[in-house]
Design a protein around this ligand. Structure first.
Ligand code: PAF
Length: 267
């Protein structure tokens, strides 16, 4: 595995090689990331993982500061996975050049988390579009857990006619049902129990959930100890439209906080 700490040396090494599978991450790697890497490794192409905590996608400095970091362990994990290239850029590597393609942020960015995290998706697209310009990968691997991010990145790629293909990867869960996320590391034992109870409560009732019950479900979850619920929505994942009952192609989307830790999921 070759490690690149700046854009120049990476570009020199890649030398226009576009047969690359790209897995963007913010580090604190877990089984979710590993499943993306393993899926990418099944293709013949070289794998490039980036580790960069993008300050532009955090609305609050505090959230950015306490985002879990463990670069030394991340490097060990990636070496073991035998990825080809690891890119650990600095802020200026990503944000100091003039981008060719303006970020395209579709109206879907105003739904779900977009209503609660002002500027978040713009920040995500700013970094991803720049990575795509630097690396020009054949494939980018993204998890369905961050469904809205996956859709918005796909829409940007389509609108700007980039050649990169998006490969969506299924959500990896702990045995207890909780979707694996870097933020889980911030949960104390009791907070984690509340998160697990919340997800399983919704998953077990998924088919029966109708719009008019969402208020009572919200109260139930608050009673479990959830601190705040940003939204619980039923959405058709093909049409990207809210629905009032769970039909074909519908998922339940939730964003909630236990104390200060905000989690999202969809199933
Ligand atoms: O999903 C993430 O970890 C980040 O949003 C991403 C795609 C690496 C961009 O910073």
């Amino acid at each position: 595995m070759k490690i690149f700490k700046n854009k120049k040396t990476l570009i020199k090494k890649l030398n226009g090689d576009q047969n690359l599978s790209f897995i963007p991450t913010m580090g604190a790697l877990h089984k979710g990331h590993l499943s993306l890497i393993k899926k990418a490794k099944k293709k013949r192409f070289k794998t490039l993982v980036s580790v960069f905590i993008n300050p532009k996608q955090f609305e609050r400095k505090q959230d950015f500061k306490r985002y879990p970091k463990n670069l030394r362990k991340d490097i060990q994990i990636l070496k073991k996975e035998k990825i080809d290239y690891l890119f650990i850029p600095k802020f200026k590597d990503i944000f100091s050049f003039k981008c060719q393609n303006k970020v395209f942020l579709s109206n879907f960015s105003n739904k779900l988390c977009g209503k609660f995290r002002t500027g978040h998706f713009k920040g995500v697209l700013e970094v991803v579009s720049r990575f795509l310009e630097i690396i020009k990968p054949k494939y980018i691997y993204l998890g369905v857990k961050d469904f809205q991010q996956l859709v918005l990145i796909s829409e940007h790629i389509k609108k700007r006619r980039l050649k990169t293909k998006v490969i969506s990867c299924k959500t990896i869960r702990e045995k207890n049902g909780l979707a694996i996320s870097s933020r889980n590391k911030l949960l104390k034992t009791n907070e984690k129990k509340i998160a697990i109870k919340t997800i399983n409560f919704l998953k077990n009732r998924k088919k029966k959930i109708v719009l008019k019950d969402i208020n009572s479900i919200t109260n139930r979850l608050l009673n479990f100890g959830v601190t705040k619920i940003d939204y619980i929505k039923i959405m058709d994942i093909k049409k990207l439209k809210y629905e009032n009952k769970v039909k074909k192609n519908c998922n339940i989307f939730i964003a909630f906080s236990v104390n200060k830790i905000r989690l999202i999921d969809n199933f």
